[in-house]
Design a protein around this ligand. Structure first.
Ligand code: NAD
Ligand code: 6OD
Length: 486
């Protein structure tokens, strides 16, 4: 059985307490690895190693050398692309058709893009007039924040981890990653790459385990951690925020969503259907930016629903390495039960089930996996649970609307504010509607089209702060001003 150990000060370490837990393949329910759980002692050691590394060779490394190292990490991931791909697909069940285009290439690219950004982003300077006429020169400098805890979810494990580790290292910090307990494999592979490229000890550390009373809670409450960057559920964010109140440690949060999709009658319907099939069902609906509420202008409602149903029914579940597979399982039995609970709730609340509504019955070893059907509902009240709460499954409710003001109000009627997709060929309408939706990102005629130089994050309960491009530097550095009296 493969063992996944903690990674502290460049060494893979077995759990000191002897505690391990199983890593399951969600496509089959079978155990694929045994994971060593980090206790308080290991978290202390990881934090101490990360603190020491700040003043070691890493702290003095010229920035050109640091950026070259980050490029080598990306090259190191790409050199072992197939291993990363298999590890990610086995941990999540997602098809290689998805992970080979999104998870692994983006996971690698996150190191290069932030290395290049750090090299090219200037800081400001101001000349100040003084009464003696000589003046003063002010200029600012960015300094690494220090030791950063990176707490990760399971839905895009490598991509969402490197999205934070990339900029954190580019800015000169050291990191301790706590991968999701469901998906530790690619973080461990990345630790191997760190050693291959010669990353100094203590710069990149990994502690495995759970949240409460385990590695996640120990790490986020640790006084030696200067900042916590977290992606996950809003409820977990609230617990981490409380932990960080002690010691006034800073946070950056990417949290849940209940994202709307809006389709106007003047859209290109082929594009809107194709994009909506992706935004609802990609990664089996387990994408924070995914759409779970669809609003369709009434004149095209019936045609839209019919075509979305046809597309959903063509989705093919199966093994990750089968080229025909385009939908995987949910991440765990617990998550499947939660999603199926929402399917039941939709029915009892009076939904018309357009398609799906239950589990997939697959054969052979796949019979033990956590498969659910792509599901579409219509006919629910705007206050129904499946219209208001984040489900994080392959499902959406579709509702007609009659005018622009009405649909903007519906889209904004949520405690979340992460993402939205608007489909229209009317340019003026596109700008007008996009500007009025309260979400961190609004796509027009596309979905999950990412430019890594742009701000990314959520409004309301969907997050705190922005990462991406220069916005990542706001969290990963401390800015200071130097004032020279001339
Ligand atoms: P989660 O909150 O259950 O877990 C995320 C991580 O937090 C895991 O590593 C977990 O072990 C850890 N954790 C849990 N409790 C903790 C605690 N008390 N202290 C410290 N660490 C703790 O989230 P998940 O189920 O892994 O991911 C799904 C959720 O993440 C969804 O709500 C989704 O919307 C959200 N998400 C948001 C974004 C975004 O960019 N906004 C991206 C991906 C996922
Ligand atoms: O593309 C990204 O950078 C990003 N953070 C995506 C988040 C996806 C959520 O599941």
């Amino acid at each position: 059985m493969r063992e996944i150990k903690n990674f502290i000060n460049s060494e893979f370490r077995a759990s000191e307490s002897g505690k391990t837990f199983d890593d399951l393949n969600p496509a089959t329910g079978q155990v694929i690895a045994r994971v060593h759980e980090a206790g308080k002692a290991e978290v202390d050691e990881a934090v101490a190693a990360a603190r020491d590394a700040l003043t070691g060779p890493w702290g003095y490394m010229p920035s050109d050398e640091r950026m070259a190292l980050l490029h080598r990490i990306a090259d190191g991931i790409n050199a072992r692309f197939d291993e990363f791909l298999e590890a990610e697909c086995l941990d999540t069940g997602k098809p290689m058709s998805l992970a080979s285009k999104i998870d692994i290439p983006r996971g690698a690219a996150n190191f290069k893009i932030f290395a290049d950004l750090v090299k090219n982003v200037p800081t400001e300077s101001f000349m100040l007039d003084t009464p003696d006429g000589a003046g003063a020169l002010n200029y600012s400098q960015r300094k690494p924040k220090g030791v950063i805890a990176v707490v990760c979810p399971w839905n895009l494990p490598l991509l969402l981890m490197t999205w934070k580790v990339g900029p954190a290292l580019a800015c000169g910090n050291t990191v301790i990653v706590k991968p999701s307990e469901e998906t530790p494999a690619t973080t461990s592979l990345l630790a191997e790459v760190m050693n291959e490229v010669g990353m100094p000890p203590g710069v990149f550390n990994v502690v495995n385990g759970f949240g409460p009373d385990s590695a996640g809670a120990f790490l986020t409450a640790h006084s030696g951690v200067d900042g916590v960057t977290f992606t996950g559920e809003t409820r977990t964010g609230s617990a981490i925020m409380k932990a960080c109140a002690d010691g006034i440690r800073q946070i950056s949060f990417e949290l849940g969503g209940k994202n709307p999709g809006i389709v106007f009658a003047d859209c290109d319907l082929d594009k809107a259907i194709e994009g909506t099939l992706r935004s609802v069902f990609a990664n089996c609906g387990q994408v924070c930016l995914g759409t779970e509420r669809m609003y369709i202008e009434r004149s095209i409602f019936d045609e839209f629903v019919t075509r979305l149903k046809l597309g959903a029914e063509k989705l093919q579940p199966g093994r990750w390495n089968d080229a025909a597979t385009n939908i995987g399982p949910l991440i765990s039995a617990e998550h499947r039960d939660k999603v199926l609970g929402y399917f039941d709730k939709a029915r009892t609340d009076g939904a018309q089930v357009v398609t799906g509504g239950g589990a997939f019955e697959l054969e052979d070893d796949l019979a033990g996996g956590y498969w659910v059907q792509p599901t579409i509902w219509t006919g629910l009240d705007d206050n129904a649970a499946v219209v208001r709460e984040e489900i994080f499954g392959p499902c959406c409710h579709v509702r007609p609307f009659d005018d622009e003001a009405e649909v903007i109000a519906l889209a904004n009627d949520t405690r979340y504010g992460l993402a939205a997709a608007v489909w229209t060929e009317n340019l003026t309408r596109a700008h007008r509607v996009a500007g009025q939706i309260n979400a961190g990102i609004v796509w027009v005629n596309s979905w999950f089209l990412r430019d890594l130089r742009t701000p990314f994050g959520g409004m309301k309960h969907s997050g705190i702060g922005r990462e991406g491009g220069v916005h990542s530097f706001e969290f990963y550095t401390e800015m200071k001003n130097i004032c020279i009296k001339l």
